[in-house]
Design a protein around this ligand. Sequence first.
Ligand code: SF4
Length: 399
Amino acid sequence: MTATAPHDSIRLRDLANQAIAGGPLSSAEALALYRGLDQPSLGLLGHDVRLRLNPPHADGKVRVTYIVDRNLNPTNVCVTDCGFCAFYRSPGDAEAYVLPREVIYQKVEDLIQHGGIQLLLQGGHHPRLKTDWYGQLFQDLKQRYPQVWIHGMSPPEITHLSKLEKRPVRAILQDLKAAGLDSIPGGGAEILVDRVRQVIAPKKATTEEWLEVFRQWAALGGKGTATMMFGHVETDAERIEHMLRIRDLQQETGSVFTAFIPWTFQPENTPMGNAFLTGRGGQKATVAEYLRTLSIARLFLQNVPHIQSSFVTQGIKTCQVGLSMGADDFGSAMLEENVVSAAGCTHPTSIPEIERHIKDAGYLPQRRNMMYQPVETPPTDKFGQPAGKKKIIVSQVQA
Ligand code: SF4
């Protein structure tokens, strides 16, 4: 623990015991722990809760899961102009694109060849692509590749379609679900506090709009993930407020979220990246700040079953440390990533490397699907890749 007055130490100890026992922390209590405990102390508590929520199996071994999937960004055209985004291009830009079907099919076939099971399908807010276009894409994909899970359309994309077409969110979701959408990634949450959203992404879905998409999706029986991008203009209290919104919606919907995925803001190449760091003295979030936030998320969000450690923004070694500070999932081994890599952040690795890092941290690697059910690892060649293939992949945070 950090140096504190005796009465503060007693209070922090009581709060720590409360979290370990599964008693929900109030926002003020979580903030007190976040500010009052050092990183190793918070990490120990986070790991304790992680082991209770995701305990060792009958063989006595603790699993760390990961998924093999592929990012597919059907378009980079976007009218929302988020100040932190290095990926998008405005309509008419020389680098703007909408992927042709043949290119999409080739990417999916590549995914399948490498043992991948899921598409993380997200893109820009195109001013002319409507629900019909996405619905047809999902139908075509499901017809050709019925085994591939479509984890796609983050809440702001759904909100964009709803406004573009002047139709309710529920109707958009119903159409996309009928066409083959399996689950929704939690992208675009950033910080679910409107003061922050007004600064970093004023044209994007509001906090309530983001939450409403998941509320409606849950009413249709759907699942998804929750994310948080931090380390920019938000305060510590606003991070906790974000988590509270997630916790409350999880309670309200009866567990719409399978996982919580925090990651840090990457300012390189973004329109307003460095300006967003002004209040932080121009500094990006450190490794310690990332780990402390991950740990407090594990303590505060005990009704969300899984926490993902992200290696694209902090590197694979930090992600490995996160496995002992609250995280139980290593994220996504991706064949392609375009969003955070556009912000200058790449950490090339391979599936054998991911498994090696998990094992070296003292855990048993386990492939999973989006619902966190175990999936079999396909046979591999001497490089650890599906037979006859050797390919370096790039991994990223999975939303
Ligand atoms: S983050 Fe998404 S919504 Fe914002 S500008 Fe980039 S592509 Fe558009």
